[in-house]
Design a protein around this ligand. Structure first.
Ligand code: NAI
Ligand code: CS2
Length: 514
């Protein structure tokens, strides 16, 4: 359906402005402008088959779009019930809209608006935990998927093991029927299914974790074992947790986004999601209870996602984090803005090149082409992906994004100076004070611990770097490696001496290019 000419759009927007109190809903779908794509199926005939935990921006711009495509193609039993374990914000926004929302796909060529109907209902765990557990225990639920952020797994980032001292885990072991954590809810529902003789659902992590399927399975087994060894064994034997690689850049929605989308629709959408044209989903094909016909919607089904996951985490996410910390310190608000600085763009490319040599990809994989596409995506002028947003939860992200590459490079006798500058950027960032002495709003599960370490060490690289490298939950034993300590301390000293802009300006690519 072709986009209307500008004059028609202006006319449409004007005629609809007086209907500004109109709200996106089932009843108003036929009032949308003709160029806005809407669900091509009868939502009333769709049954839910998926419960998704973490109904945030990424799920709604990625997995829910795939399911919407499959519903359009005729599937009827893979609708989504979206749950939030933390707040009612998403439900408050979407319930009045019959859970309809807009995906605004932005690029330099313009914006495409698409209404998604695959989320059928929402749940707020804290207001009714029993209802969510019942949903997940219902035999019609065959997949429980997750985008709960790296910290939602209540694990130790460096090891991937359950953190049994995590406050939510301690609470959930004491209150198994009124859990707070994702592991708590999943195990409570699985226990209910086991007791009823119902086969388990498949657990599908869509978070940026290393080996996300294996990690979530380990965490579920360890949590369940603490409740009952028999339950832990049942989960180990019966529950499938395929790993996935997920990719679509989805910045946090702003009020300006809400206003722009609502103006385009001629009606209010309280929580649209903003994204890029690119999307990719690679999934291990291990769904004993059945799955949607993912391939029909362009999802790649593989036996082992590992190489693709490493490629994405170590090239895209690593350079994203590098740009986030050093770009923020240099005064850039968004990734696209940071990429307008050629030296930062070159540095991001250097991070990708240094990671590429650690990958074992299928024959014919074009890593140079993949890196080039990443640099283009990062430079998308239509996406305002804030460096501050990507800088969040760095203690949960560094191991799979930067440290794994550094360990592999050192094993190969290769320098790690490029990645050391990215780690130094994180260290400088978590001090909580920027290069002008202004406070940084550091969001991280261990932000207070990091700030305390920085305060004791003071603004001296030779003290701060070793102190942070001793944070075992992030660096583990690798933090003791003298080559790592030397490279990171040197990088931090340069960063503190020159400032981010000049330190990146002075950066040069690693000499040993394989
Ligand atoms: P968001 O902030 O929109 O949603 C995060 C969701 O996680 C919310 O529903 C929130 O309630 C839930 N959550 C947060 N902390 C939690 C906890 N401790 N326990 C349980 N649930 C918790 O963020 P968004 O953009 O949806 O990203 C979520 C995750 O999706 C990311 O952390 C990442 O793992 C993955 N992802 C995000 C991409 C993006 O560009 N935004 C792209 C690829 C993957
Ligand atoms: C970002 C990711 O916020 C972050 O940490 O690096 O969410 C990134 O946008 C996605 O992984 C892209 O697929």
């Amino acid at each position: 359906m072709g986009a209307p000419c500008q004059a028609e759009r202006r006319k449409f927007r004007h005629s609809n402005r007086k209907e500004a109190d109109l709200r996106l809903s089932n009843a108003s779908l036929d009032r949308l402008p003709g160029h806005v794509r809407r669900p091509g199926y009868d939502r009333s005939r769709v049954a839910s088959g998926i419960v998704h935990l973490g109904i945030g921006a990424f799920h709604r711009a990625h997995q829910a779009v795939v399911i919407d495509d499959l519903l359009t193609a005729g599937a009827t039993d893979w609708g989504i019930v979206g749950a939030s374990l933390r707040s009612s914000d998403t439900q408050d926004a979407l319930a009045p809209q019959d859970c309809l929302y807009t995906v605004a796909i932005r690029s330099g060529a313009g914006t495409e608006h698409r209404i998604i109907g695959s989320v059928l209902q929402t749940e707020v765990a804290r207001s009714n935990p029993a209802q969510l557990i019942a949903r997940m225990a219902d035999p019609a639920t065959r997949i429980v998927s997750l985008t709960i952020t790296e910290k939602g797994y209540c694990h130790t980032p460096q090891t991937g093991e359950l953190d049994s001292n995590h406050p939510d885990i301690v609470h959930d072991l004491a209150n198994p029927d009124a859990p707070r954590s994702a592991p708590g809810f999943i195990v409570a529902a699985l226990a209910r299914r086991r007791a009823a003789g119902v086969a388990p659902f498949t657990v599908l992590s869509c978070d940026n974790l290393s080996a996300n399927g294996h990690t979530v399975k380990r965490i579920l087994m360890q949590f369940a074992h603490l409740r009952s060894p028999e339950l832990g064994t049942w989960i180990a034997d019966r529950v499938a947790c395929p790993s996935t690689m997920v990719d679509r850049i989805v910045p946090e929605t702003t009020d300006a986004d809400r206003a722009a989308v609502s103006s385009e629709l001629g009606m209010t959408d309280a929580w649209p999601v903003i994204t890029e044209p690119f999307t990719q989903w690679i999934v291990e094909d291990n769904f004993p209870g059945g799955r949607p016909d993912f391939a029909r919607a362009g999802v790649q089904l593989v036996a082992d996602v590992t190489p693709f996951e490493h490629m994405k985490l170590r090239l895209l996410n690593a350079s994203h984090s590098a740009l986030a910390y050093l770009g923020y310190l240099a005064g850039y608000e968004t990734i696209a803005e940071t990429m307008t600085d050629d030296r930062f763009a070159a540095f991001a490319h250097g991070v990708m090149n240094d990671a590429a040599v650690t990958l074992s990809m299928p024959e014919g994989t074009d890593l140079a082409g993949y890196s080039a596409s990443l640099l283009e995506r990062f430079a998308n002028p239509a996406l305002r992906h804030r460096t501050w947003q990507i800088a969040m939860d760095g203690s949960q992200k560094l191991p799979q994004r930067l440290l794994g590459t550094m360990q592999d490079r050192l094993r190969q006798g290769l320098p790690v100076d490029t990645h050391a500058l990215a780690v130094a950027g994180w260290m400088r960032y978590v001090t909580g004070s920027d290069e002008k002495g202004q406070a940084i709003d550091v969001r991280d599960p261990i932000a207070a611990e990091l700030a305390a370490i920085a305060k004791i060490a003071g603004p001296v690289a030779e003290r701060l770097a070793p102190a942070l490298l001793d944070v075992r939950t992030v660096f583990g034993e690798f933090g003791n490696d003298p080559r790592l300590r030397s490279a990171v301390t040197h990088a931090l000293a340069r960063l503190c001496e020159l400032g981010a802009r000049q330190a990146v300006q002075a950066w040069r690519p690693s000499l040993h290019q394989v």
